[in-house]
Write a protein that binds this ligand. Sequence first.
Ligand SMILES: Nc1ncnc2c1ncn2[C@@H]1O[C@H](COP(=O)(O)OP(=O)(O)OP(=O)(O)O)[C@@H](O)[C@H]1O
Length: 647
Amino acid sequence: MSRKLDSPVQTQMAVAIFKSPLGGEYHGNRRMEGKQPAGRRRVFVQTETGCVLGMELDRGDNAHTVKRRLQIALEVPTEESCLTFGDMVLNNDLSAVRNDSPLLLTRNCLHRSSSTPCLSPTSKEVQQRDQSGLVEILGQSNSFSKMKKLVKDTVKAIKMGVDPIPVHSGLGGAYYFRNSRGESVAIVKPTDEEPFAPNNPKGFVGKALGQPGLKRSVRVGETGFREVAAYLLDYDHFANVPPTALVKITHSIFNISDGVNCNKPHKKKPVSKIASFQQFIPHDFDASDHGTSSFPVSAVHRIGILDIRIFNTDRHAGNLLVRKLDGVGRFRQVELIPIDHGLCLPETLEDPYFEWIHWPQASIPFLDDELEYIQKLNPGRDCDMLRRELPMIREACLRVLVLCTIFLKEAAAAGLCLAEIGEMMSREFRAGEEEPSELEVVCMEARRLITEGEVRSPLSDLEDEEFQFDIDCEEIKYDFIPKTITEDYMARTPSQFGTVTANGCFPLSKLEESIEEEEEEEEEKASIGNDVGKVGLAVLPIPERLTTMSKLSTSLKNSTLCDKKQKSQKLAKAENGYFANTSSGHRSANEQLPPSMTFVKLADMSEQEWTLFLDKFQELLYPAFSKRKSVTLGQRQIQRLGTSCQF
Ligand SMILES: Nc1ncnc2c1ncn2[C@@H]1O[C@H](COP(=O)(O)OP(=O)(O)OP(=O)(O)O)[C@@H](O)[C@H]1O
């Protein structure tokens, strides 16, 4: 491990070495348009501890030449370093890397505990040599044009000495940047100050950039581009996401955990960061402080539509700002502003969080303009746009976007309301165990079907001893037509499939339990990553368990699905164990993170499998929607009955 990578001094050197000849102050992206010699690109290399180095690539550069330059600056031997750009490990060719792209430099992709200090340019000399502007938007989208004035105002205020204000709420580092009148105009969240990132100022540290973060399916350092993705996907400002861009920004307010800046505000030196930069929206409350009944139906629907598309795992009430419109003559009316989209577009499906799910507005059918908006959504086009504007975005995130957009479109067309759609995406906890959502159950079945190649008769399935969804033996008839498997399976909610255990498996009979217990013990001894599956224990109360047992297929062993879930759980355990600890006084990521389950993976499918999977997924949606509608109908009847029985 290089000593140099952990000390601020070399970063100064690095920046000096990589100083940009494209000097001048910030002019949006104008400077890059036209004036840059053909084939030249500027990139920002971020080390896993958050240090940002501006660097220029010539046409002839390749990953090796870049690493060699970094070796000189940081003393990291090229064979020990790894340069990545989103999903891509840059081994040689750099043609996919665009101007202004942030690259990540890690040590041979090794994950390590990262309480090590951040490197950042600290001396005045370095700042002068690093001639990029104080705030530079990374990306070319026209959607960022609104941001240019904001950036200009911010830069002017910085130069006048108007300091940003640290935001005390939230787990991550965030700063209100102001204009020359001292008014907050932007909120800036550096990617290396996210929860658990190396330079988090609130003590939530313990991971390097690129490792699984607060949510396992969102890596540390990758919430910033998700904030931007949410803004870019919010076409026509439909849900009211504030304008947001990714920036490279330099200021002394930012935190670095090297003891240089900590607790010595008067001695702070300017540091450069990659950050999300979002327009500050003046507001009166957030949704946790305000009665939700006054929220307009259309505002709730529009935010819900966005949350579903982007699979938001963090729509809590604090992430909905509320602005009273009394001042603009709309007495008692409010406007909602959705913020904090850093935990959307996870790399796998998990449990989303939709605060609005039980608000009455979410049970009101979609309005015509909303249905029209949904109908026009085109997930393929969304992906193309995101690949173009945010080339570091991972394909796994795009698959989640595609899946959820299809789900939304089909559900809305089938007449489901927002609450129903949200419920179908949410997991349930029963007896302390997490069950897959209805959406995940559909995905699991679609994967099973494409893995098997063809839908086959239940008899052959039983002979194969493949895993089946709670097939009731008594109900199986030999003249059962293939489609019926799916229908039978769809006729059940996840809870009717039986409780899923911590391993994501359905409960077994007692006999099987004891066998599995033994197997589990055996496997505890086996190494992590062993392919032998282990099946979890049933957790149902006895009577319920007996009913479930009688219904279970006799062929629950050899479950590929369970194997996969157990493997991912083992890996999760292994990873949790791996990030052993951090500096004392800081809360390590290990202490904070509850393990979360992955019931179905999307990223490991080939392009061809993914296409087949989406076809199957769409086919399976219709019976799932019918089931959901009948459940809702049943609930309403019970509610009505309850009301009419009241004296
Ligand atoms: N665009 C905005 N305009 C005005 N205020 C904002 C904006 N974005 C965030 N805030 C304020 O800053 C606070 C912290 O922001 P945010 O919730 O995005 O940070 P976070 O660290 O990601 O928080 P959390 O830990 O809740 O996820 C918010 O509670 C809100 O009060």
